[in-house]
Design a protein around this ligand. Sequence first.
Ligand code: MTE
Ligand code: MO
Length: 428
Amino acid sequence: MSRERRDVPSTEDLQPVAGGGLLDRRLFLKRGLILSGAGAMVLAADAHAGDDALPWMRKPGRGFSNYGQPSEQERRAIRWISANRTVPGNGVSWTPLHALEGIVTPSGLHFERHHNGVPEIPFERHQLLVHGMVKRPLAFSMADLSRYPMRSQMLFLECGGNSNSGWNKEPLQSRAGYLHGLVSCSEWAGVPLSIVLDEAGVDPQAKWLIAEGADAAAIHISIPLEKAMKDCMLALYQNGERIRPENGYPLRLIVPGWEGILNIKWLHRLELAREPVMARNETARYTELMPDGRARMFTFVMEAKSVITSPSPGETLPGRGLYEIRGLAWSGRGKIRRVEVSADAGRSWAPAQLQEPVLPLCFTRFRIPWNWSGAPAVLKSRAIDETGYVQPEREKLIAERGRNGYFHYNAIAAWQVEDDGEVTHVYR
Ligand SMILES: Nc1nc2c(c(=O)[nH]1)N[C@H]1C(S)=C(S)[C@@H](COP(=O)(O)O)O[C@H]1N2
Ligand SMILES: [Mo]
C-alpha cells in the first residue's frame, strides 16, 4: 500500500469566511484533501491485516432474505414514539433526522401521526368515493385507480405541530430528529387528483374538497379546490413500494408543501362542497390564537425551515479541527434558494453548499466546512426560499405570533458546542 501525495489544506483554504471558523463552502469539493485530525489512520507501507483478523471472510455469509432489514448494529436509528396514553392510537413518532444522510427518508422511519391508530384495510375491499357537487359521483376500487396514468414526485411531508417544543420557555434537550422530525421526505407515486376530479365533473360552484380517511377517527379536512386541482395526488406508492400501513395504505392524499393534516391517510371519500366542513382539525386544532385575540385559520403552507443534523444535540465532538456541518432545509412555497450557517450565534453568516438535486417542496441537503477552534460555539442555520422568505429568529417569530402558539413553529434552531465537544440545544 503506497501513500499518495495528497494536499493538506493550505493556509488560504483555512481562511474563515465568517466568524467561529466557517470555511468556504467549496473547500471539501477539492480533490485529495487531507483533513487533519478527522483523517483516516495512515498505515505503514506494508501493513495488511491478515484474514485471521476478519472471521467473516473465512466462511460463507448468511443467505438471502425476501425483504431486507437494516443492520442489527443500527438499532439506534429508530423513530421515537410519544403516544397519548388516554386515547388509544393517538400520538406521534419522530423521524431520527440526526441519524440519516441525503434527502430520502426510509419508509420504515417516516414519521407517524395517528389520531386513532393504524387501520388494517384489505386492498380488495378499499374504495374511493368521489361525490357531492359533481356531475357523476364515482367509486373506485384500488385496481380501477391503478389503471389511471400515474406520476411520482419527491416531497417533504410535515406535521403542522412539528418543532412545537420551540414554543416552550426552556429549550428541550433531545436529538435533532426528536425536536424537528415530524417531517420526512419520500418519493410519492400515484394518480394526479385533477384527472379523477375532471372525470367526476366538478360543479363550477364548488370551492372546497372535503377528504376523509377510513380510520376509526374518520379524520376529515377541507382543502381549497384550487390546490386540489393544481398539484395534489392520490398516492398508492411510497419510495417505490406500496404505501406502508402507518402512512396510509392502500391510498392517501398528498397535498404538496401544505400541513400534514391535509394529507389524509387511508383515503376513502372526497366530497366537493361550497364551504369548508369546519372539522375539529381545522377549528379547534391547527389554528392559532394571535396576540390581538383573533385566530389564524387555514394556514396551510409550511413555511421555510432548516435544521443542522450534524453536529447536533446528543453528539460529542472528539476534538477541534475540521468538520462538515450538515443539515436539511425545505419550504412549502417551492425551492430552497439559499441556506446560511452561523458558528457565532448569528453574528455572522456564510452560505452553505446546496447539494443537487434542489427540488421544489422537497428536502434540500446543505453542507459547509467548519474549523472548530475548540472554544464554545453556537451553530445556527437559516433557510431562504425562492420567494425570498427568510426563516426567522425565535424572538421575531414570538414577537409576531405571541406566546399562545402550538403549531407552525419554524424559527432558527441553535446548537451550542461546549469546549468539551458536547452539543446541546439552546435559545440564542
Ligand atoms: N385518516 C387520517 N389521516 C391523517 C391523520 C390521521 O390520524 N388519520 N393524521 C394527519 C396528520 S395530523 C399528519 S401530520 C399526517 C401524518 O402522516 P404520516 O403518519 O404518514 O407521517 O397525516 C394526516 N392524515
Ligand atoms: Mo399533523
